[in-house]
Design a binder for this molecule. Structure first.
Ligand code: SF4
Length: 184
């Protein structure tokens, strides 16, 4: 049974944003960027058991110029931070970042001068993935959530309106220094 037998006859209407989002989310390539123990789980995700190949993503690119997704897997040292930023800058737009694990997202247990306390100090992050380390299933879930985000990306004036709305919400949000939680 071929695809043509599943398609409706007649014509199909969609938006440019919809087509571009569909193409982008199904053609993501990941730059090789493992930093610590989380990277082992990231590598497992590319293996036969978890099979990132289902999404056409099993080949990690050795060149940032061929990649549009950076998975920051592991703690980021102060020494590595400028290199991470350089690799990010060399990736073509549009590009996305998943912060994998507690260390990449917040410094984790390494609350000291040698480790960056969250990779969002260095690059913009699209998805924060909790865990120490996160399981491959969790990474796959984060990738699928990113796919949804990419699919819903707006263009042109729609994008400008969306960014303005997000900035307005961010300015109204409670500063983290005033947040109360179990650890405060
Ligand atoms: S979150 Fe845990 S597994 Fe990941 S880099 Fe940090 S210590 Fe290692």
């Amino acid at each position: 049974m071929g695809l043509e037998e599943k398609l409706p006859s007649g014509f199909l209407l969609t938006t440019v944003e919809g087509v571009a989002g569909y193409a982008r989310k199904n053609s993501m390539w990941t730059v090789t960027f493992g930093l610590a123990c989380c990277a082992i789980e990231m590598m497992s995700t590319g293996g036969a058991n978890y099979d990132m190949g289902r999404f056409g993503m099993e080949v990690f690119r050795p060149s940032p110029r061929q990649a549009d997704l950076m998975i920051v897997a592991g703690r980021v040292s102060q020494k590595m931070a400028p290199i991470l930023r350089q690799v990010y800058d060399q990736m073509p737009n549009p590009k996305w970042v998943i912060s994998m694990g507690a260390c990449a997202s917040s410094g984790g247990m390494f609350n000291n001068y040698a480790i960056v306390q969250g990779v969002d100090h260095i690059v913009p992050v699209d998805i924060y993935l909790p865990g120490c380390p996160p399981r491959p299933e969790q990474l796959l879930d984060a990738i699928l959530k990113l796919h949804t985000k990419v699919q819903d990306t707006k263009f042109g004036s729609n994008r400008a309106a969306e960014v303005a709305e997000l900035e307005r919400e961010a300015l109204l949000a409670t500063p983290t220094s005033e947040m109360k939680g179990l650890l405060r």
